[in-house]
Design a protein around this ligand. Structure first.
Ligand SMILES: N[C@@H](CCC(=O)N[C@@H](CS)C(=O)NCC(=O)O)C(=O)O
Length: 236
């Protein structure tokens, strides 16, 4: 039976993983539709004219369409208040919102450099896309090879724009993770006793790179791994 919620996504999109983490922390069943990044023809009809042709997009049981990961997570919280990820404490909520915004503006921007930064990573990316996509054979080859090649070039540009060398992606992501660990301190979650929007966003972003070498490296860090496992236990 089809799940009441549908997520239109790319498998290697950190913003889509943020939404998946939110859905799973709330224990909500959903179906995924993989969108072809070349033409995005799987996106549902009915989106506003001025909506960017981007994923994630979510379709709720009542047919409402929402785009943009942050707006989707807020809509999820409003429609499904059970297992809330908005901390009651004002300071915690402010920190959680800060972390969520940082995931969007900084951490997710750094991730393509460790998904497509080296040829080895780009090959892994092509394999992950092949495993999850539902496109026809020819289209599949185009998305895998073409997509990874384009993203490899984009990843070099992102590094340059951020004043980093062509091989600095992993060091950059490591630095950002240190910032996150500083925010977490000795707490169980950014949200305190329960995962918040900030935890959901960061957990999703990390799940996005679970098949890549950076993930195994980051999981050697006891504080990050402890937190990652605690959020994982709350998903689903
Ligand atoms: N602010 C948006 C960003 C979404 C976004 O950048 N999605 C990328 C994939 S990771 C996309 O759909 N890109 C397609 C394109 O720009 O053509 C969100 O949080 O959902």
């Amino acid at each position: 039976m089809a799940a009441p919620i549908t997520l239109y996504q790319f498998e290697l999109c950190p913003f889509c993983h943020k939404v998946k983490a939110g859905l799973e922390v709330k224990g909500l069943a959903y179906d995924k539709i993989e969108v072809n990044p070349m033409n995005k023809k799987e996106l549902p009809p009915g989106l506003p004219e001025d909506a960017p042709k981007k994923v994630p997009v979510i379709k709720f049981a009542d047919g409402e369409l929402v785009y943009d990961s942050t707006d989707i997570l807020h809509a999820l919280e409003a429609k499904h208040p059970e297992r809330p990820f908005t901390p009651a404490d004002a300071a915690r909520k402010a920190r959680s919102d800060e972390v969520e915004a940082w995931v969007d503006d900084t951490f997710a921007q750094a991730l393509p450099t460790v998904i497509y930064g080296t040829w080895g990573e780009a090959v892994t990316a092509a394999q992950v896309t092949a495993r999850t996509s539902n496109f026809g054979f020819v289209q599949n080859i185009g998305v895998r090879a073409g997509g990874s090649l384009i993203m490899h070039q984009i990843s070099k540009r992102i590094l340059k724009r951020n004043g980093r060398g062509p091989k600095d992606g992993r060091a950059w992501v490591r630095e950002e993770v240190e910032r996150f660990e500083g925010w977490l301190g000795s707490d169980a979650f950014i949200g305190g006793e329960d995962p918040s929007l900030g935890d959901v966003a960061m957990h999703g972003a990390l799940t996005c790179v679970q098949d890549f070498p950076i993930f195994a490296e980051l999981m050697q860090r006891p504080a990050l791994k402890g937190w990652y496992d605690r959020v994982q236990a709350r998903r689903g």
